[in-house]
Design a protein around this ligand. Sequence first.
Ligand code: DGY
Length: 324
Amino acid sequence: MSDKKKVLVTRKWPAAVEDRLKQLYDVTLNVSDVPMSGAEIRQALKDYDAVCPTVSDKVDAAVLDVQNPRAKILASYGVGYSHIDTEAARKAGLAVTNTPEVLSECTADLAITLMLMAARRAGEGEREVRAHKWTGWRPTHMIGTKVSGGVFGVLGFGRIGREAAKRAHFGFGMKVIYFDPFPVKPELAAETGAEQRATIEEVLKEADVVSLHMPGGKDNYHLINDARLSLMKPTAILVNTARGEVVDGVALANALKKGVIKGAGLDVFEGEPRIVTDLYECENVVLLPHLGSATASTREAMGWRVLENLEAFFAGSTPRDRVA
Ligand code: DGY
C-alpha cells in the first residue's frame, strides 16, 4: 500500500500540473473531464485526504454533510470560492484554499476585451461579416462608443479590479473611480489616480464603463438589479468578469432591450453554462464562456498554486491561500 496522500481532482487540469500531482500523490484525475455529481464529491470526501474542486463544482452544505470526512482540505482551483459553502466546510473540519494573484492580469485583460467589444460592437460586426451580410464601409455603419478618455468605474477594487483600472487608465486614458466596501490602501488607489466613491450608486451614475470585480455568493447576489441599472448612463457599458450571480440577468436583458444602458460584456452567468434566454436575443451584449483566466500560463500557475497549498497543508503549516 502506498503511503502517499490520496488526492482527488474533479476536472481535467493542465498536463504539466497533473504530471507533478502523479509524482507527489496517489492521485485520481478526471481524464474524461465529465463534471462530478454532488454525491460523487461527497463520497470523495470520505475516501481521499484532499479533494481539489474548481469553480464549476457546487460544494454546498448537502455535499459537505459528512461525519468525520477523511479529507481535511478542499484545495480549490480558482480564485473565487462562492461555489463552496465555507461555513459548512468549517463545520465538517475542512480547510479551504483558493488560487489568487496568478490570474489577476489575464482576468483584467478579458474585462478590457469585453469593454472594447461591447463599446465598439465587435461581436455584432463579426457576426455580420461571417453571415456574409457586410456591404462595405459607410460613414454611418455600426457606430459604437469611444471609451478613450471616459470614466472607468470599478466595483470591487481588489487585485483584479486594480489591474483592470491600470489597463483602462494607462491604455485608454480613462479616469478611474471605484467603490469597495473594504478599505483600500491609498498607495494602491494612487497607482491609477483612482478616486473613491462612497456608494455603488455614485459609481453607476458617473461611469461610462462599469466593471464588476467583487466576489460572488449571497452577499453580492443580484447587486446589479433593475433599480441600479436604471442609475447608469444610457450610453454606458456594463462588464462582468466577476461572478454571474452578481447581476440579475433578466433585469439586464430588459435594460439592454429598452436602451436603459448601451451595452454589456459578460464572461460569467448565474447558473452557467445556462444563460438567461433573453440575453441571446440582445445584439448589444457580448457573451463569452467564462474565459477570464483561460491562458496557458495562467491555468498552469493556478495549478502550481494548488500544489503549494496542498504541500503546506500536508506539511502541517497553514497554506498561504487559506480562505476558510
Ligand atoms: C476564478 O478563478 O474564480 C475564475 O472565475 C476562473 O476563471
